[in-house]
Ligand binder design. Structure first.
Ligand code: NDP
Length: 262
């Protein structure tokens, strides 16, 4: 299936590792030029150079913290320098671990800035570029936790839920400009961060980190396995394409059967 993505330009946040990197690879394989953002420059620049060479696309690395206005401005400017973006993937984010009773205001604010304000600011800056180019696609990487919480991470649950509602609300505002906005809620996706956590948690009890990850999958996912970043990236790539032209204002679950409701 030709997805028609050759020659488009995509902005991807959190693109140096894990899911964001897999989406970058997936879009580059379709011939899409990239603007890739993360805070850590060394890893990001190495991945951008690798992707550009492997797929024959241009890949610009922007070292930026998306939780700040200055960071999102740098990303918007980099996209403008390429003539504007057609696709925006709001992917940067991270889990949390706290109780509502103990977490300070500052922690709530930091996750609000990372998961919600980054998407707000990037939409304000990049949607006008898309409009000038005749339309575009904005995708939000929320989480199954937006609707089915894990109790150890209330701030993550709440801020991802807000991102999902932001996505829905934005979709109605932007569809008159031919900009399709959607949200993706993933379940368990095996990124390096999960492996690092599993190794830490099992270090003092024999180091069976793979067994630990299997127990997490057994407990949560009907499929009894983690998904790969590539399995999730495939859905982002499809939703980025004209083949998904009637997908507007929805949330798509990619969770190996983890969602317990209909
Ligand atoms: P990783 O921790 O593997 O990667 C996160 C990426 O985001 C890195 O490139 C990181 O680079 C970047 N990043 C983090 N904070 C910022 C910031 N403030 N500004 C700019 N870049 C930032 O995460 P995953 O790939 O596992 O997750 C990606 C997204 O998918 C997240 O939003 C997560 O909530 C969501 N998700 C993940 C699931 C999973 O099971 N893995 C399941 C459901 C949703 P750097 O640190 O250098 O900035």
């Amino acid at each position: 299936m030709d997805l028609g993505l050759r020659g488009k330009t995509a902005v991807i946040t959190g693109a140096s590792v894990g899911i964001g990197l897999a989406i970058a690879e997936g879009l580059a394989a379709e011939g899409t030029d990239l603007v890739l953002a993360a805070r850590g420059g060394e890893r990001l620049e190495a991945e951008a150079a690798h992707i550009a060479e492997k797929h024959g696309v241009s890949a610009t690395a922007v070292v930026a913290d998306v939780a700040t206005a200055a960071g999102t401005e740098a990303i918007i400017a980099a996209a403008a320098e390429k003539g504007g973006a057609d696709i925006l993937i709001n992917n940067a984010g991270t889990g949390s671990n706290e109780t509502v009773m103990e977490a300070p205001d500052e922690k709530w604010q930091a996750y609000w800035d990372l998961h919600v304000m980054a998407a707000v600011r990037l939409a304000r800056g990049i949607a006008p570029q898309m409009k000038r180019r005749g339309g575009g696609v904005i995708l939000h990487n929320a989480s199954i936790c937006a609707v089915q919480p894990l109790w150890y991470e209330p701030i993550y649950n709440v801020s991802k839920s807000a991102l999902m509602m932001f996505s829905k609300t934005l979709s109605t505002e932007l569809i008159p400009d031919n900009i399709r906005v959607n949200c993706v809620n993933a379940g368990l996706i095996l990124t390096p961060d999960w492996i690092k956590t599993a190794k830490q948690l099992t270090a003092e009890t024999g180091g069976n980190w793979e067994g630990y990850l299997q127990s997490v999958a057994n407990e949560h996912a009907a499929s009894k396995r983690f998904g790969t970043p590539e399995e999730l990236a495939n859905v982002f790539v499809f939703l980025s394409s004209e083949r998904a032209s009637y997908c507007i204002g929805s949330t798509y679950f990619v969770d190996g059967g983890m969602l317990k409701t209909i």
